[in-house]
Design a protein around this ligand. Structure first.
Ligand code: PLP
Length: 364
């Protein structure tokens, strides 16, 4: 039997047990209203209060200043790949700039290039996306309408440690797979976005934090659903929002605040989890290869593979029998991947490290 406690899926990711329990009750009837969350109107006062609480919790967890709008959008992070250039680069005279650090940034660049002019300032493809560039090594233009990067490459397991230095260009980051996993200075960014299904909740809602100053750059004539101002003006309640997803996201934000103790505490836990698993893999250098170079390794997604591919299936089989799931690598690079999202406990990661040790002892 697979176990929720040993779910290392790359996404949708694991959710905390207490959140799953509350969600189960809410599907029957919300304690506050007696109605199922699935049949609760987005025009109800209850839902308006929920939207407000979810925003307040995110604001509190990351100390987000009032000048940032916090939006709940649909279409996943993928829709942001084209919405961002449509809103912020349509009238630009210089290309929008991007770092191509892996699978997801390639997608972001491809989709932006379909609507505006896009320039890749660094591309890790020739090296197989095993490392990230030093920010100081990039040749960026001060005229770009924005600079976009992916803070954590979910597939290859690469994570930037901090934001690039400002050259006066609006900075936009896709933090889908590491949002709320560690503290960051929102003040460096014009916009940050993250869909819920890796660290924040179920699929269906995408969080966007946008500096109010960016709204004046949006051209007229966009379809309303694709214009950020629509969602700002309607408080993320323009058309029917994903009520259920926002409900669960809010439970996760409470869990992070009340049970974990906030983002700093979460970051310490996440660093210990990553150290535990990387150390187990590094104890077996003959058997395992870690995809990312040491300086670029992600604390959220650990991508690795057997040096001898014939161990791949037996390992997965053994892991499944022991209750683990989600350890298959992304289809684009194969191998294995353990995603150590916030809801994956230290105990679960220790059990995975033990599994790795044990497998190596028996077959190494
Ligand atoms: C998973 C992922 C996406 C894709 O998100 P969707 O919500 O499926 O569109 C985008 N960016 C990153 C960094 C991801 O990890």
């Amino acid at each position: 039997m697979l176990s929720n406690l040993l779910n290392f899926s790359g996404g949708p990711g694991a959710l905390p047990a207490s959140v799953l329990e509350q969600t189960q009750r809410a599907i029957s009837a919300l304690p506050d209203t007696g109605l199922s969350i699935l049949g609760t109107s987005h025009r109800s006062d209850w839902f308006k209060a929920l939207l407000q609480e979810a925003q307040d919790n995110i604001r509190g967890l990351l100390q987000v200043p009032d000048r940032y709008h916090i939006l709940f959008l649909q279409g996943g992070s993928s829709l942001q790949f084209s919405m961002i250039p449509m809103n912020f680069a349509a009238a630009a005279t210089a290309p929008a700039e991007f770092v191509a650090s892996g699978y997801w940034s390639r997608k972001a660049i491809g989709e932006a290039a379909a609507v505006v002019s896009a320039r890749t300032v660094w591309d890790g493809e020739a090296e197989g996306y095993r490392r990230l560039p030093a920010w100081s090594s990039l040749q960026r233009s001060a005229h770009a309408p924005f600079f976009h990067y992916i803070s954590n490459e979910t597939v290859e397991g690469l994570q930037f440690t901090g934001a690039p230095e400002s050259i006066g260009v609006p900075l936009i980051a896709d933090m889908s797979s590491d949002f709320l996993s560690r503290r960051f200075g929102i003040g460096d960014y014009a916009m940050v976005y993250a869909h819920a299904q890796k660290n924040l909740g179920p699929a269906g809602v995408t969080l966007a934090l946008i500096d109010d100053a960016m709204l004046s750059r949006i051209p007229g004539g966009l379809p309303p659903m694709l214009d950020y101002r629509t969602h700002v003006e309607h408080g993320s309640n323009y058309n029917t929002p994903p009520v259920f997803s926002i409900y669960v996201l809010n439970l996760v934000s409470r869990w992070l605040r009340d049970e974990i103790g906030g983002v700093d505490a979460m970051e310490q836990i996440n660093l210990r989890k990553a150290a535990t698993l990387y150390a187990a893999l590094e104890r077996q250098p003959e058997m395992f290869e870690i995809h990312a170079d040491p300086g670029s390794r992600s604390s959220m997604n650990v991508a690795f593979r057997f040096r001898q591919p014939h161990w791949h299936e037996p390992f997965l089989e053994h892991a499944r029998e022991a209750g683990f799931s989600g350890l298959e690598g992304h289809r684009s690079i194969g191998g294995l991947r353990a995603s150590l999202y916030n809801a994956v406990s230290e105990s679960a990661v220790q059990q995975l490290a033990d599994l790795v040790d044990d497998f190596a002892r028996r077959h190494g």
